[in-house]
Design a protein around this ligand. Structure first.
Ligand SMILES: Cc1ncc(COP(=O)(O)O)c(C=O)c1O
Length: 400
């Protein structure tokens, strides 16, 4: 019998994409669904970036690009790392890929042997654990609940480390929680890592610029572990460029070389036009970044205020990114119209089918009591969506 590989059979499909698809299906049936399940800014890419892409087309940037990315883009990234993060890198320590998603996967496939352990703090971005599985590594999940602001402690990290630990994936600001590690918190984690010289840190900083508590802090700033940190970042979230597919790593040379080899056989260099647009993003006027951050902050305040008015939801105030991650297990075990809510997936489905608001159940993020709402949409949509959620939840009871 012909069948897919075990590798693919064991891979879970992305639940965030599945919820988005389901929401689009309902929309196609004429139902007015508000989609809070997607992880992308609702803004258009700024004009000066689009202009650079148009120019690249006219200038015939239509040939294969170098595997690690054009030199001018890598120079712009080196300058960005100096300007925004006060970190020194050389252009040969930068590798550009088809989105930060490929960057993370490249690194894991390049450093993980079967059976190596990768520490993944939960709640986590859905793709990390699937990518670790692809690399035949073992996920070691550390859970950080809402009571600790969804952030792991140095003691938790220390306790999870074994002789098999190869990597830690740290995402700040975080998808799905919006939590942001402070400089002090990162310093304490770095001190633990410094004691274990075999551990590589994947620092996913894709939400760097969507931060409401001051300047972004990178764990790469700590000298003791600097040569074991891989920074992952890109243009998707900061410049509203999710469809352009440009991400990068800034890493020690041996990791760059390994990822270059993998990418050279697998996808080649990223889109030439998108790379030229990304030069304009990193090197051009940064006003757009601040404008979008301010809009997200206003929406954060709005959505937190409204969500806190819903009985039974435990709401954390996210310090970055554009997600709210309330604990909703108060409603588990309840029902309405013969529809039983047993877990967060049931609740998300109920909110979609009855409330017509798409969210994502927390199990996919390793946090089964929570649901994720993206507030990357208009104030008007947010007000209406939270009102619908409130109404749908109010209809649930233990006798329904
Ligand atoms: C935490 C995190 N890392 C990486 C990515 C991937 O970003 P990109 O669009 O650049 O592939 C995402 C996108 O949702 C994300 O949320």
């Amino acid at each position: 019998m012909t069948q897919v590989s075990d590798r693919i059979a064991n891979l879970s499909p992305s639940e965030t994409l599945a919820m988005s698809q389901k929401s689009n299906e309902l929309k196609a049936q004429g139902i007015d669904v508000i989609n809070l399940s997607v992880g992308e800014p609702d803004f258009f890419t700024p004009d000066h970036i689009k202009a650079a892409a148009k120019k690249a087309i006219d200038d015939n940037f239509s040939f294969y690009s170098p595997v690690p990315g054009y030199l001018d883009l890598r120079k712009a990234i080196v300058e960005k790392l100096k300007r925004d993060n006060n970190l020194e890198y050389t252009t040969d320590q930068i590798l550009v890929s088809n989105g930060a998603k490929q960057s993370v996967c490249n690194v894991l496939l390049s450093i993980i042997n079967p059976g190596d352990e990768v520490i993944v703090p939960a709640p986590y971005w859905v793709s990390y654990v699937e990518m670790v599985k692809l690399a035949e590594g073992t996920n070691v999940v550390i859970s950080a609940g809402i009571e600790q602001d969804f952030k792991i402690t140095p003691a938790q990290l220390e306790a999870a480390i074994t002789p098999l630990t190869k990597a830690l994936i740290l995402c700040s600001p975080s998808n799905p929680t919006g939590s942001v590690y402070s400089r002090e918190e990162l310093k304490d984690l770095a001190e633990v890592i410094a004691k274990h010289p075999n551990i590589i840190v994947l620092a996913d900083e894709i939400y760097e610029h969507i931060n409401y508590v001051g300047a972004h802090q990178s764990i790469a700033q700590f000298e003791a572990i600097r040569d074991r940190v891989v920074i992952i970042n890109g243009v998707s979230k900061a410049y509203a460029m999710t469809g352009w597919r440009i991400g990068f790593i800034a890493a020690p040379l041996w990791i760059i070389k390994a990822c270059n080899k993998l990418q050279g056989q697998y996808t080649s260099g990223a889109s030439s036009i998108s790379q030229k647009a990304s030069v304009a993003a990193f090197a051009g006027d940064q006003t757009c970044v601040e404008e979008m951050r301010k809009a997200f902050l206003r929406r954060r305040d709005l959505v937190v205020k409204l969500a806190k008015e819903i009985p039974g939801l435990k709401v954390n105030v996210p310090e970055g990114a554009f997600y709210l991650f309330p604990e909703a297990d108060y409603y588990f075990g309840m029902s309405a119209d013969g529809r039983q809510i047993n877990d967060a997936a049931d609740l998300a489905m109920y909110l979609l089918e009855v409330g017509h608001v798409a969210t994502v159940g927390g199990a996919a993020f390793g946090a089964p009591k929570c649901i994720r709402l993206s507030y990357a949409t208009s104030d008007e949509n947010l007000i209406e969506a939270i009102a619908r959620i409130k109404k749908a939840l109010a209809a649930l009871n233990f006798f329904g």
